[in-house]
Write a protein that binds this ligand. Structure first.
Ligand code: FES
Length: 384
């Protein structure tokens, strides 16, 4: 363990001992923003990090070792598309050597059998593949990638064939919610252990496509019913994680388990972020692993400390009985919807903005607009 990391350990207090954060449990590594897909709900920032700004192999390996020293247990290799990094096997091997559990979060379209075998040999522990629909035409239109769905199915087959556990990430919205029962069946058929039924969250690029993605209230009620029925029917077969859409929620989600409390992200260029969307909050400066040791950043970064714990909270959060449960909800959503990242998350029924947000959801869901704004096609629609 390095001296810096040892100092960090001594100065990072356990939760419940007079501090708002303890040791981080898991880290999302956005190793690149490059991606062959163009999902209209992409959570990466509107301004992407350029490839030449990405951390080098040596920098990522150093950071992986610093993470292990800091007490991190799990790393999630994500992006963009992590398979776009030529050194992905080397990075997974470095995580394994550092004693970290590793998960690959991928679109699957470039995940060949050979690559999967090399990743498994390097100690990869888990694979998560995103699916845009069950119907290939719809799936390829949403992802903006010709023949992408077939490639994903193949990657899922290879994942199970090499013996790695698989999670299906099903991102749901108005244009594919009718396919949810089929997507759950698809996950069972491919031998997945888990499915994330994740309704779209509206930050980053997704905000541009909100009107084309926003589900109706009827769809959400049907989605609740389908998930409840599947949870009962598939006990012991398929675990289901369910993310409800914020705009129709009553209570806010405990975003990231609380800002700077248990998790952090590292951007392709090395910025340490409290969540994947934090760069959408204008005016915040995030420290980089190129300038500081990770342990120093975790404890001392002004951006990580800004909304930690409960002292920063305005009313009605400050006197709310749930403030130690939801930690004020989502700062990125508060900023996107009110222009103030310190405001009460409008997903909360106690927020003065709650009714207006609910009405926005109702109005946009009724537009019938199906056109997507893609990142690279100036609004055109890719062929299926
Ligand atoms: Fe940033 Fe919720 S996504 S705090």
């Amino acid at each position: 363990m390095s001296d810096i990391a040892e100092t960090t350990r001594q100065t990072t207090l356990e939760p419940g001992k007079g501090t708002s954060h303890g040791l981080p449990v898991a880290v999302l590594l956005e190793v690149t923003h490059r991606c062959p897909l163009q999902c209209p709900y992409c959570s990466n920032p509107v301004e992407l990090d350029k490839p030449k700004a990405e951390l080098s192999t040596e920098e990522w390996v150093r950071v992986l070792n610093e993470m292990a020293d800091l007490g991190v247990l799990q790393v999630h290799f994500s992006g963009g598309e992590p398979m776009a990094r030529k050194d992905i096997v080397e990075l997974v091997q470095a995580a394994t050597d550092a004693g970290l559990y590793s998960n690959l979060i991928t679109s699957g379209v470039t995940l060949t059998r050979d690559k999967l075998e090399a990743l498994a040999d390097a100690g990869l522990c888990h694979v998560q593949i995103s699916f845009q629909a069950n119907d290939p035409v719809l799936a390829n239109r949403v992802g903006g990638y010709r023949n992408g769905h077939a490639k994903k199915l193949e990657a899922a087959r290879h994942t199970r064939a090499v013996g790695l556990p698989l999670t299906v990430n099903a991102v749901m919205h108005r244009q594919n919610l009718h396919e949810l029962p089929d997507m759950i069946d698809m996950a069972v058929e491919m031998g997945a252990h888990r499915i994330e039924v994740a309704n779209v969250q509206y930050y980053g690029w997704a905000l541009k496509n909100r009107a084309a993605l926003m589900p109706t209230m009827d769809q959400i009620e049907e989605c609740n019913r389908v998930v409840a029925e599947a949870e009962e029917r598939l006990k012991g077969v398929l675990a289901i994680d369910y993310v409800v859409p914020d705009y129709y929620a009553v209570r806010p989600k405990t975003c990231m388990g609380g800002w700077g409390r248990q998790f952090f992200n590292i951007s392709p260029a090395g910025k340490v972020l409290p969540c994947h969307a934090a760069e959408t909050i204008t005016g915040l400066e995030f420290d980089s692993v190129r300038d500081h040791a990770l342990g120093w950043i975790w404890d001392h970064s002004p951006a990580l400390n800004l909304y930690r714990g409960t002292d920063w909270m305005p009313e009605p959060c400050r006197s709310c009985d749930f403030k130690e449960e939801d930690f004020g909800g989502c700062r990125c959503q508060a900023f996107a919807l009110t222009g103030d990242a310190a405001a009460t998350d409008p997903a909360c029924s106690f927020s003065p903005h709650h009714e207006a947000v609910f009405k926005t959801a109702e109005d946009e869901s009724a537009t019938g607009d199906t056109r997507f704004i893609y990142r690279n096609l100036a609004g055109g629609t890719p062929e299926a």
